[in-house]
Design a protein around this ligand. Structure first.
Ligand SMILES: Cc1cc2nc3c(=O)[nH]c(=O)nc-3n(C[C@H](O)[C@H](O)[C@H](O)COP(=O)(O)O)c2cc1C
Length: 418
């Protein structure tokens, strides 16, 4: 019976354990989590979502308060189009986070950064450009192009000295998205180093509509593998979404995938950024608690634990401090929903918005509990302690369970009584 450890992901003459921990913003896939994956010989991701906020928390910068102060005059204004990020500060935040991470790297693995196109920041091209370039400047091993088609993203970095050395990957949820990307980037002399095929059971935003349940990862992965073979393209394919055990992973590796990308099982590890009390909610979640909804103002469906504080909250948009999902025209669907409710209930002190949520504020505060479909199985991966809480795992334990388990088994950690 094969184990994940019987396979290797190859980049040139570099060999890796074929386990990649997916990017989880905002600072859910922390530097510490990515460093563990690299130490153990796999690939870890940091996320580049809302990094000025993240560096304020970890490295004592003051980016958020500076921006908030600069745009204080606009707080009660419905028009947020004038709220712009200082590109130098965006670059500096990326540099700090990537530098800190890369300078602490040990082991034979790699550390990539997840860059989401949907993080439009009221200047999509410019902010994506500085984020990717700053990460490359600071020696990131790879960039995963996420949450978007990224038709113009390669062009933003093609003159960077590390363009041919940094690993470049793309997340797709269909062959069509991949074909479109390849067609649009055909003039750029640079092949992708890997393709993540993300199916409908993943956490975070989904690359599907609300008919996501009609699709399945295995079929899409096979279609991508067949397409690449027909085109004579030798690019490692890495499926993601709902791969919960080592045996699940092996089944994909045996069918020709080069590695797997996994995330949900790492949400309950001590290296993960989710606060311990929220991690208990992940453990406790039942299948009925997990839903795919359209609350995200990005327009993509998102999977979450439905009783999280982000749903039905009507907080005032905080674009002066954050503003990460403002589109190229300074618009966000949550602002419109919030203003509609304010207009409908002018005397109400507490506004309730049920159709959209303020993604920036809630992700920043870990109040949007996004998770993969199988989060309800997390309780089977640890011990319930005498006080009713679940034992938090280590990233090493989960990583090695994926690497060495067989027969769909999940190894429990050594029990530590609270
Ligand atoms: C809490 C959480 C946050 C996530 N955030 C992101 C993100 O910011 N960008 C992204 O591309 N994918 C994100 N994802 C998707 C993962 O990187 C990964 O591809 C997917 O969840 C793998 O499926 P699994 O969680 O079933 O293992 C997130 C997943 C989770 C669970």
């Amino acid at each position: 019976m094969k184990r994940v450890d019987d396979f290797r992901l190859r980049f040139g003459n570099k060999e890796l354990v074929p386990i990649m921990i997916g990017g989880m913003g905002v600072d859910i896939s922390t530097s510490a989590l990515a460093l563990e994956a690299a130490r153990l010989g796999g690939i870890g991701h940091i996320s580049d979502a809302m990094l000025p906020t993240v560096t304020d928390r970890h490295y004592d910068t003051k980016f958020v308060s500076q921006k908030q102060k600069q745009y204080k005059y606009n707080v009660t204004n419905n028009d947020k189009s004038s709220i712009k990020f200082d590109l130098e500060q965006v670059a500096e935040a990326s540099r700090i986070h990537v530098r800190h991470t890369m300078s602490n790297k040990t082991g034979d693995g790699m550390i990539f950064i997840n860059c989401m196109e949907k993080l439009t920041m009221n200047a999509p091209r410019d902010t994506l450009r500085v984020r990717m370039r700053a990460a490359m400047d600071e020696g990131i091993d790879g960039i995963t192009l996420a949450a978007g088609l990224h038709l113009g993203s390669m062009a933003l970095i093609e003159d960077h000295p590390r363009f041919h050395d940094v690993k470049l990957g793309l997340i797709v949820s269909s062959v069509r998205a991949l074909q479109l990307f390849l067609r649009k980037t055909s003039k750029i002399n640079r092949q992708l180093d890997y393709i993540v095929v993300e199916g409908p059971l993943a956490g975070g935003h989904l690359g599907f509509g609300m008919d996501w349940a009609k699709f399945d990862l295995r079929t899409i992965t096979r279609e991508v593998l067949d397409f690449l073979k027909a085109e004579n393209l030798n690019i490692p394919v890495i499926p993601a979404g709902g791969i919960f055990t080592g045996s699940d992973a092996v089944s994909y590796l045996e069918e020709g995938s080069a590695a797997v990308q996994v995330a949900t099982r790492f949400t309950v590890t001590q290296e993960c950024g989710i606060p311990p009390n929220v991690q208990q909610e992940y453990f406790r979640a039942s299948e009925e608690d997990i839903e795919v909804n359209q609350l995200s103002p990005t327009g993509y469906p998102m999977r979450m634990i439905k009783q999280c504080p982000a749903t039905h909250s009507g907080i005032r948009p905080n674009c002066e401090a954050f503003g990460y999902v403002l589109d190229a025209n300074g618009k966000c669907a949550y602002i419109d929903a919030y203003n509609r409710e304010v207009a409908a209930h002018p005397d109400e002190k507490k506004i309730v918005v049920t159709d959209k949520m303020c993604l920036c504020t809630h992700m920043r505060n870990y109040d949007c509990w996004t998770c993969g479909h199988y989060a309800y199985r997390l309780k089977d991966t640890s011990h319930k302690l005498a006080d009713g809480t679940y034992q938090i795992l280590t990233a090493e334990h989960v990583f090695k369970d994926y690497q060495f388990s067989t027969d769909n088994k999940i190894a429990l950690p050594e029990k530590i009584e609270a």
